[in-house]
Design a protein around this ligand. Structure first.
Ligand SMILES: [Zn+2]
Length: 329
């Protein structure tokens, strides 16, 4: 059983490299107000803290509440983190190092603050309010610019001895494969993220293969959005179809391996790529995962699309904070 919780509203904060999302969540898990603002990622820790507080104030105004009404705050942050002290040890996206966000935000808002990895809180949001409701053993994976993951066992997020475990994007699925943002070769993220697919599409264009994406890639300086890929796939573009299938295969291999180790009840797939390519893409991932999953011969383990979209992070952060600080024993 989950701890019973009660009491006044909490705020969930999703701190990303480009935007800050906040939502005020009632004790009954209703969303009372929300706000969004750009992250001043080039301006340092003090500016980021000010922007967070301002965005929380805007969400409180939207909910017709004040800071003094808040019982707790939860932040989903890029990491690595020291979750005990709420410190962001290092973040390239935010340009900070050793930023004691938890302590400083707690002083500013006048309530306890939990800081947890952004993807782990997103997975927790899906577990408590999205595609994972009713399950206790889950794997959530979010495929976008990178690949993030969250493992939940017995209703608890598995974060390991260091508090930072759950990095599904950095399991190796191809020895000696392409270099990953983390420096290793052949990580799942380097083969199945939007960044990985885009790199392959650019390579195909350089090789002179015809694709509807050439013009778009040229216009966007080599970049693609998930929606661009989805459009090209829908139009039957050979390059797009091939690369998207390839990414699905590697994602399925990674997830199949995880299924063999963890035996979850459900695997939830979210993020921009999954959202744009939808169920047909998940079907490809499912096929590859099942071909790998020894522990599930009858195909009982569900592999489903995420349900909450961008709200997973704020909801997960809010609920995690409430359960940490307000649980009734
Ligand atoms: Zn990696």
């Amino acid at each position: 059983m989950l701890a019973q919780v009660d009491g006044p509203p909490v705020v969930g904060i999703d701190l990303g490299g480009t935007k800050i999302l906040t939502a005020i969540v009632s004790a009954e898990n209703r969303l009372l107000g929300r706000a969004k603002s750009p992250t001043p990622a080039q301006q340092g820790a003090a500016a980021i803290l000010r922007a967070i507080v301002e965005t929380v104030d805007n969400a409180l105004a939207d909910a017709r509440l004040a800071r003094s009404d808040l019982a707790a705050a939860g932040v989903g942050s890029p990491g690595p983190l020291d979750v005990e002290t709420g410190t962001i040890l290092f973040s390239a996206n935010l340009n900070v190092r050793g930023f004691p966000l938890g302590t400083e935000l707690s002083q500013a808002l006048g309530c306890p603050v939990l800081v947890q990895n952004d993807v782990r809180v997103g997975g927790y949001g899906e577990f408590r309010m999205g595609a994972g409701v009713g399950f206790r053993d889950l794997i959530a994976v979010f495929v976008g610019t990178g690949i993030g993951g969250c493992v939940i066992q017995g209703g608890r997020v598995v974060t390991g001895a260091t508090g930072n475990a759950g990095e599904i994007g950095h399991i190796i699925v191809k020895a000696g494969g392409p270099v990953c943002g983390c420096g290793a070769h052949g990580c799942l993220e380097a083969l199945a993220s939007r960044t990985a697919i885009t790199r392959r599409v650019n390579k195909a264009i350089r090789q002179g293969l015809p694709t509807l994406l050439s013009e778009r890639v040229a216009r966007k300086g080599g970049r693609l959005k998930s929606g661009d890929l989805a459009e090209a796939v829908a139009a039957g573009d050979h390059v797009a179809v091939k690369e998207v299938r390839r990414a699905a295969k590697y994602l399925g291999l990674g997830l199949g391996s995880l299924i063999n180790v963890l035996g979850p009840e459900i695997v939830i797939i979210g993020g921009g790529v999954a959202g744009a390519l939808g169920e047909p893409w998940v079907e490809l991932v499912r096929d590859a995962a099942r071909s790998q999953a020894l522990v599930d011969p009858s195909g009982k383990i569900r592999i489903s699309l995420a349900a909450l979209g961008d709200d997973a992070g704020v909801l997960g952060a809010a609920l995690m904070a409430r359960e940490r600080f307000l649980a009734i024993a």
